[in-house]
Design a protein around this ligand. Structure first.
Ligand SMILES: [Zn+2]
Length: 184
């Protein structure tokens, strides 16, 4: 599992889906969540950057990502989910200010037709507010945005969750360019 954290963390960094200290990854194994450490560099993870916490409570959360409550809430509401990725994809985040639902127009809209945008959580309130809203949203969608902040994606495993956030950012990049060209 550690090698998957390293592999997909590096991919998120190299694809420009995070800045150096942003983003977090988790995987669920039964009653345990494995989450990246707060402040860790996803592009250069080491074994000590992976923290194991309890699915059911916060007793072992020390050192884990500050977004751990969001990850936990998503898993508790959706038992089929095996991995969650949080990233800061720039084109999707740029679009998030102007849409309540981003509707991609490219061929991958067959897979991701809608990207809901969470509007209700001010920047300072962080993960408690997001944890209240995202479990339900990510029960119906595979990716979703927090306005002006970033994205969460889910999957049965880390490969699927990372692929979804990558696809979504590419869709948003295309939509972003299309909107620019339309203005000419
Ligand atoms: Zn974030």
């Amino acid at each position: 599992m550690y090698s998957d954290f390293v592999k997909y963390g590096r991919m998120l960094w190299e694809a420009g889906l995070i800045h150096l200290t942003s983003g977090n990854i988790s995987m669920r194994k039964g009653p345990v969540l494995y989450v990246t450490r707060t402040g860790s560099l996803l592009g250069d993870l080491t074994p000590s950057d992976i923290v194991s916490v309890n699915l059911e409570n916060t007793l072992r959360d020390k050192g884990a990502s500050s977004e751990t409550p969001v990850h936990r809430a998503i898993y508790l509401a959706n038992p089929e989910i095996g991995a969650v990725v949080h990233a800061h994809p720039p084109h999707a985040t740029a679009l998030s200010w102007d849409y309540e639902v981003i509707r991609p127009i490219d061929s991958d809209s067959l897979y991701i037709p809608e990207i809901p945008v969470l509007l209700d959580c001010p920047y300072g309130e962080g993960s408690t507010c997001v944890a209240q809203h995202f479990p339900q949203i990510l029960g119906k969608h595979t990716v979703a945005m927090i306005r002006g902040h970033g994205a969460f994606s889910v999957g049965k495993d880390i490969r699927q969750a990372t692929a979804r956030i990558s696809m979504m950012e590419n869709q948003c990049r295309l939509l972003f360019f299309r909107r620019l060209l339309e203005k000419k």
